[in-house]
Design a protein around this ligand. Structure first.
Ligand code: UDX
Ligand code: ADP
Length: 471
């Protein structure tokens, strides 16, 4: 049978996942009309802004939107209309870790998924393929199916697919153009397989067929959690080794290089850092921990929990390195923090290690000046307020200043802490920075970014994560 033809796609959720993914679908499938809807009017207005000041920063994204917006890509806050018109709907809403109630701190807060699903059931007047795109705990598709079936109108059928997104922020567009794989999970019924073939035919417009993997629903849901958990586990493994390097005088770059040369291990995701951040790694591992516990698998839960605990340890450890080097106190000292995003090439700050570092420095009553090339000021204040609930925003603002260049941030400071690997930090005029700093001038590199020997020749005292040099 020829696959069902997808003509109109709707994406519920215009965030970091839904926005880029569906913009790329519009670009690669000019025959398909794509409408991205969101309840957040300000976000939709930004996606529609005449000068392409999009709500998220992602290299290459603006070009994709420029080429498609108003042709076959539309952004709208009319969620109901988007649902009614589409034959395939991506659900790409946020699924943060629960803050209260059962599973607080571990389980995913699924109320956004549930309300989007209920909306689909309430307004759809024809059959739809509903695709779970947000990262969700296993068996969410089953809950979505129950809600849809219990609420649908006569003659409407819903087929549920799981199609987890593997893009990484900062490289989202190239990841989407050239994905390692596209994973589609479906029920193994004829209808499920037909729906799966329909979505596969959308991706087949640009993804080679052998990279489109079709599996069962539960395998697909679990694979997303598993992939993120295993990537994060590599980082925690290398970060654990970075502590040994510092204590022994070994060099984590050399160790990672030597280990990664083994083709069974491979070189990627072995970069020691101040800790991983982002909206996925911690959340997905905590989901896995919660799932394991609810399946009465405490050893499995403990195993994965340790990946997150090591990450917390790494962040704390780095703060302590700074305090120890600055003669065991940073009270009243002035520190520049370069970078606030959780990684380079994004303005996203979710779970950014910079937040934990600044929280620790605030607790020591240091003065902090922050510079990040892409993060909005309002976002920094929001993140710091959330991280320091015992301080008012005014109290935070007495200790933290936000500036608009790295040179300005470093002026008259005693120490510089590199929290995000923005390329521009490698290329700062370090001699000028040094001339303008209080001496001794310290640089703490949490991202293996700078040329430490060059900085030392200038006169800096440099401490790099995973290197055993004594200051
Ligand atoms: C991740 C997954 O890579 C992606 O497949 C999934 O869809 C979403 O989660 P993302 O969080 O956007 O993507 O970025 P990623 O490049 O994976 O980095 C996550 C964190 O790990 C960042 O804080 C990054 O700085 C850190 N990291 C990454 C390291 O510390 N060392 C490394 O070697 C790689
Ligand atoms: P992600 O990183 O997973 O894309 P984001 O938080 O960036 O997550 O984006 C999720 C988007 O989903 C937000 O813009 C939010 O306003 C939107 N959203 C959440 N619930 C609904 C809903 N029921 N209907 C429409 N949009 C929603």
């Amino acid at each position: 049978m020829a696959p069902i033809q997808v003509k109109k796609v709707c994406c519920i959720g215009a965030g970091y996942v839904g926005g880029p993914t569906c913009a790329v679908i519009a670009l690669k499938c000019p025959q398909i009309q794509v409408t991205i809807v969101d309840l957040n009017q300000a976000r939709i207005d930004a996606w529609n802004s005449p000068d392409f000041e999009l709500p998220i920063y992602e290299p290459g994204l603006a070009d994709v939107v420029k080429a498609t917006r108003g042709k076959n890509l539309f952004f709208s806050s009319d969620v109901d209309r988007g649902i009614q018109e589409a034959d395939l709907i991506f659900v790409s809403v946020n699924t943060p870790t629960k803050k209260s109630g059962v599973g607080a701190g571990f389980g995913a807060d699924l109320h956004y998924v549930e309300s989007a699903t209920r909306r689909i059931a309430a307004v759809a007047s024809s059959s739809k393929i509903v695709v779970e795109k947000s990262t969700v705990p296993c068996r969410t598709a089953e809950s979505m199916r129950t809600i849809l079936e219990a609420n649908c109108k006569p003659g409407c059928r819903f087929d549920i697919l799981s199609n987890p997104e593997f893009l990484a922020e900062g490289t989202a567009i190239s990841d989407l153009f050239n994905p390692d794989r596209v994973l589609i999970g479906s029920l193994q019924t004829q209808e499920g397989k037909d729906a799966c073939a329909a979505l596969a035919s959308v991706y087949a417009n640009w993804v080679p067929k052998e990279r489109i993997l079709t599996v069962g629903l539960w395998s697909s849901e679990l694979s997303k959690l598993a992939a993120n958990a295993m990537l994060a586990q590599r980082i925690s493994s290398i970060n654990a080794l970075s502590a040994i390097c510092e204590a022994t005088g070994a060099n984590i770059d050399e160790v990672a290089h030597a280990v990664g040369y083994d083709s069974r291990v491979g070189p990627k995701f072995l970069r020691a850092s101040v800790g991983f951040g982002g909206s996925c790694f911690q959340k997905d591992i905590l989901n896995l921990v919660y799932l394991s516990e609810s399946l009465h698998l405490p050893e499995v839960a403990a195993y994965w929990r340790q990946v997150v605990e090591l990450n917390e340890y790494q962040k704390r450890r780095f703060s302590k390195i700074v305090v120890d080097a600055l003669f065991n106190t940073i009270t009243g000292k002035h520190i520049a923090v370069l970078g606030f995003a959780f990684k380079a090439d994004t303005g996203d700050t979710r779970e950014s290690p910079a937040i934990s570092l600044i929280r620790d420095f605030l607790a020591e009553r240091a003065y902090i000046t922050v510079y990040d090339p892409k993060v909005e000021e309002a976002q920094i204040w929001m993140d710091l307020s959330e991280a320091c609930p015992h301080l008012t925003l005014d109290q935070i603002k007495r200790q933290v200043t936000i500036v608009h260049s790295a040179l300005e941030a470093c002026k008259s400071k005693e120490a510089i802490v590199i929290a995000t690997e923005w390329k521009e930090f490698r290329e700062i005029d370090w001699q000028t920075v040094y001339n303008n700093m209080t001496k001794p001038a310290f640089v703490f590199d949490g991202r293996l970014l700078v040329d430490a020997d060059k900085l030392r020749r200038i006169g800096f005292k440099v401490k790099v994560i995973g290197r055993g040099e004594v200051l």
